[in-house]
Design a protein around this ligand. Sequence first.
Ligand code: NDP
Length: 327
Amino acid sequence: SHAIRVGIAGYGNLGRGAVAALARCPDMRLAGVFTRRAPASLRLPDPATPVLPLNDAAAHRHDIDVMILCGGSKDDLPVQGPELAQWFTTVDSYDTHARIPRYFEAVDAAARAHGNLSIIAVGWDPGLFSISRLVGEAILPDGATYTFWGKGLSQGHSDAIRRVAGVRAGVQYTIPVPEAIERVRAGERPALSTREKHRRECYVVLEPGADPRQVEQAIVTMPDYFADYDTQVHIIDEATLAREHAGMPHGGFVIRSGRTGASENQAMEFSLKLGSNPAFTSSVLVAYARAAWRMKSAGETGARTVFDVAPGLLSPQSPEMLRKALL
Ligand code: NDP
């Protein structure tokens, strides 16, 4: 059996991460990167990697076993997901939680009509965190589930502070409140307000002449984004921003706190500490690309989520090896 031939659609943070993740998987091979931009404008780590126009992707359907969709959830995937599911077995990291059912339907229809298989909403949240929540609720029905995020860079909140008048550049970190996590771990099952679960920290570079007090007020009172949280604003210079805030760390905790039998406290916890959110998310996508190829090879068609994928399918090892090594 040949190495699984993988295509990458879209070359942003996730696309770059997928190239790096594939290099660590000997059973898979990067067959090409597809982009909407001029192919010659992209710089790949290996200059021999074919870079092709996304518009021509269908012509390469016999050269690609699985296409990893690395477009943005807001504008790219709603179009690219159903479109590419016509031609390829796909995996994607669609993460607009409220719209997942609708997106699933669109991809499912396209994949089914053309005999392909697509795993949607892969990553860590949605993704690995979703699996942890499901397992916790199935095993401890008398309980409560808590998700804490961070410490992590939030793209949406960083964009929001950059839109404030007087702000030249900035980043926002979401930080879980340690006291809240401790209460949950102790089995208290507390009712926690938004403010009690997370706080927000902003690092902001001002436009020349901007009033720091005014900028801070505009940020901390911003409805939806900051008003319901304790928010700290730190004014820094451009060099500090470039030096200390260029990474994209993230992570978090899913905790299921429940009771069994004669009301013993039981806690299940899954946590991630990510040096790079996109590089990790791409690594999850690559493992699910392997599973997608196996499911498609077994004759499955239509859309799936992480809930439908057996864990053994993620591993490069055979079921026999897994029983010996990991059970
Ligand atoms: P990017 O903005 O980096 O890339 C999105 C697309 O934009 C790319 O596919 C690329 O398409 C285009 N693009 C990238 N860089 C440039 C550029 N310099 N100029 C013009 N176009 C560019 O997004 P990310 O890779 O960071 O994230 C993609 C999605 O992943 C996010 O929207 C998010 O929803 C999801 N995600 C999901 C997670 C999960 O846990 N489920 C976790 C993290 C992210 P093209 O090459 O065709 O131009």
